[in-house]
Design a protein around this ligand. Sequence first.
Ligand code: EPZ
Length: 440
Amino acid sequence: MDKLIIKGGFPLSGDVQISGAKNAALPVLISSLLAEEPVRITNVPYLNDIKTTVALLAQLGVEIELDNSQVVNVDASVVNTVCAPYELVKTMRASVLVLGPLLSRFGRAEVSMPGGCAIGSRPVNLHLKGFEAMGARVSVENGYIVAECDHLKGARIFMDQVSVTGTENIMMAAALAEGVTIIENAAREPEVVDLACFINTMGGNISGAGTSEIRIEGVNKLGGGEHRIIPDRIETGTYLIAAAVTGGDVCTRNTSPGMLDAVLEKLKEADVEIEVGIDWIRVRGKGKRPRAVNVRTDPYPAFPTDMQAQFLMMNCIAQGTGLVTETIFENRFMHVHELQRMGASIKLEGHTAIVTGVNKLFAAPVMATDLRASACLAIAGLVAEGETLIDRIYHIDRGYDRIEEKLAQLGASIKRVSGQEYKKMTDLTPYQSPHIAVSN
Ligand code: EPZ
């Protein structure tokens, strides 16, 4: 398994190009299953989850090609099967998004039950409840969700809880249903808006995306079209935090500041100097420690759960004490234990982490547990004294486009080593903790 080795103490500076949003690209690529003509999707990020999605669509019989300029051409005019197998779904739970389009276009879908993951049980009951409201018969057989219907009918669906992929799955199913579907208490994330925009490009009739009430008027069929994926707001926020904690000066390019209001507000509260343009955001760390901030995660446009770990890390080296409350997922504090091993002062009380800033973190061998936790540990490595080793970085490869290249271009001392390379290195020089004097 690959590892990252990061030597701390180098302020980041320069420009970083933000990639297309993972959480927009996944539903947009999957919604191509609705189209009876070829579609072209650009600004697709270079991520393992994208490769998994391409493999999943190919497995369904779709003609798909991902070229190295991050363009995906999809022709789903013919689909050979409506079954998404366990082998693929287990590696990416967002595969559950194929249910809506397959059910709506072909009247049947079989998807392996997406397991939970490190951050929570991640149920999909709201997705299934929406399909049943539109007339589908849903059952679970041998670990597979089986959904079928003669023809989905529009319905008024109230989401008991705001769910991003739940809203997206139901929106895709409603796109080809008979009549009008209203989704109430819908997710308002920009990625939901991007999906609605693409479905409308293919000939769909969706209004209200970005608000908590979305109206979808079903059409008979959807055609081809072209779509550019929106920038990744979480990747953007991650680099802004990296700049702030290293006391650097970084400009994130090809991004969209309007999607980051809650994050930018918190950075200002932390006394981080921010400059915003049409498609760029610049952060100057001013060479001093940021101020600790309180954050509470909530559905968009409130503070995003996908930025919780990164802000918690900033609080670890900030002036003062900050409270970080996670309301979306039940187990999204696993980065805390790893940060404590690096010298952070954090106390967990239920869904709140009480973080008291310290002057310095110390390098340590740490383990990534989920996508955003691994990004937070990489940022911690950028400021820790010594060389931090991050294991299981396949988590980070799922959602950050070439992170070590982008960080290295900003001046970080970071390298990726394979398991074998690392073994050779440690066979020669055992990991030397900065705390243990090694006698020659
Ligand atoms: C999406 O996950 C994102 N993933 C997540 O990003 C993000 O953290 C999350 O939304 C919240 O913003 C993608 O878009 C691919 P939810 P999703 O349904 O849709 C509960 C990342 O790091 N719930 O909005 O799976 C659920 O347990 C990932 O990029 C139900 O109870 O999240 C959670 O508590 C991590 N039943 C809450 O709702 C359901 O049927 C919100 O989950 C669905 C959800």
